[in-house]
Design a protein around this ligand. Sequence first.
Ligand code: NAP
Length: 243
Amino acid sequence: MKIGILGAGFIGSTLAQKLAETGHQVKVANSRGPGTIDAVVLATGATAVEASDVVRDVEVLITSIPLSGMPGIRPLIDGLPAGAVVVDTSNYYPLRDGHVKALDDGRVESLWVSEQIGRPVVKAWNAILSGTLEAKGSAAGQAGRLAIPVAGDEAAKRIAMSLVEDTGFDAVDAGTLADSWRQQPGAPTYCTELTRNEVPAALARAEKDLLPGRRDQVMATIGEKFGSLTTDDIAALNRAAYA
Ligand SMILES: NC(=O)c1ccc[n+]([C@@H]2O[C@H](COP(=O)([O-])OP(=O)(O)OC[C@H]3O[C@@H](n4cnc5c(N)ncnc54)[C@H](OP(=O)(O)O)[C@@H]3O)[C@@H](O)[C@H]2O)c1
């Protein structure tokens, strides 16, 4: 597929490498220009472009920027082909993004994102740590393959789920975008490295009111131990706090 990726940070750069490696035609942009995108990101065939070009002539746009940047990219999204699917990886962290009243009041994060950019989105790759995404993918059918929840409208979700599989993870249908709070930070399926068999029960036992407190508690712990935690440490911390 022809895929644009907006954001070349931890998640966007890994997606660019993996999706280009599996034969997709990938272009990737950040906010500072193509010359600032690391050569490693392009090593498997992705092309670095200006942000204004990343939306042109693509079938899928993956947005992988901080949630606080979403209102500002609406002019870009207006240039996206009408039929293109938008897949969003973002999460709300007030510590990083500043407080957004609607989200603090419980608006589902991806519904808010969709309102900001003026297009429906599919929520995918938001509930996997960048270290897990980079290092723990495996072939379809392999025992213990990790899974990623994907939520959104039916047709667009099928496309996103197929791309998730291409990045080395089982894609689990997590319902509509309105249901997607079940995979937000603080939820049992959020960055806890579960398998396809484990994700549905984890989605089902999420309790919306508990998520923000649990999210902030884990962020405080990560902040205290700044820089000393591995991906495995953070996944274990999440499992203990979000179960
Ligand atoms: N890190 C994780 O483990 C993880 C896991 C799951 C989901 N997420 C979510 O996925 C999103 C991306 O996370 P990340 O860790 O990859 O972030 P990151 O490393 O901070 O990278 C963010 C990227 O977005 C680009 N960007 C920001 N504003 C932009 C704009 N207006 N136009 C174009 N590019 C823009 C930045 O470009 P410049 O550097 O040029 O500004 C940078 O390449 C976040 O919402 C995060 O919550 C992260």
